[in-house]
Ligand binder design. Sequence first.
Ligand code: 6GU
Length: 217
Amino acid sequence: MNTMKIQIITLFPEMFEGVLNSSMLWKAQDRGLVEFSVIDLRQFGLGPRNQVDDPPYGGGDGMVLMVEPLSKAIAHAKAQDETAKVYLPTPRGKTFKQSDAKRVAASEEGLIIVCPRYEGYDERIIDWVDEQYSIGNYVLTGGEIPAMVLLDSVTRLIPGVLGGEESAEKESFQQDDVSIEHPQYTRPEDFNGKKVPSVLLSGNHARIEQWKDENSR
Ligand code: 6GU
């Protein structure tokens, strides 16, 4: 069994604790299907204060992550996993789609996700980067949440992570943004007068399948 290795480089390791140690991501690690490690970019900072950012050349607001700490952190991660691909979440990247999650889950054994901060990073880092992805048309404060989106969408597609093997196939976004699964209901049948659609209680499998089809898109 191959264990997918996902290394995350960030200035905010604590942001990942809850996400990686809960629910399916925790189970996936517990089952040995994936191994996460969070690398603190600050460790690779320069000088006695472990500096990681500096004002931009040409002026402008905010600070820019320096290329040297970033490249050192990536080199450290590569030393743990030589064939790992380096992913950079950035609003300048192409939009990450379900098809990308599938490709990564099926073909990569190791990922290094480098989380930039919102003000930016020295563009020269892209020489160490294999892929740049955005997660949509809005602006976030840093690459951490996009990194979580990437690793969650990939991990759940690793065989053995979801309970029912079919679940990953049937569900939403089978191809990119096409199919959304039908709504679901569980007990109670009647919640303060709001009833479960009666067809689902009918026991008539043909009618139930038809209802499910009609309520998917
Ligand atoms: Cl990858 N980063 C940031 N900062 N904002 C984003 C994004 C990434 N994708 C959409 N918005």
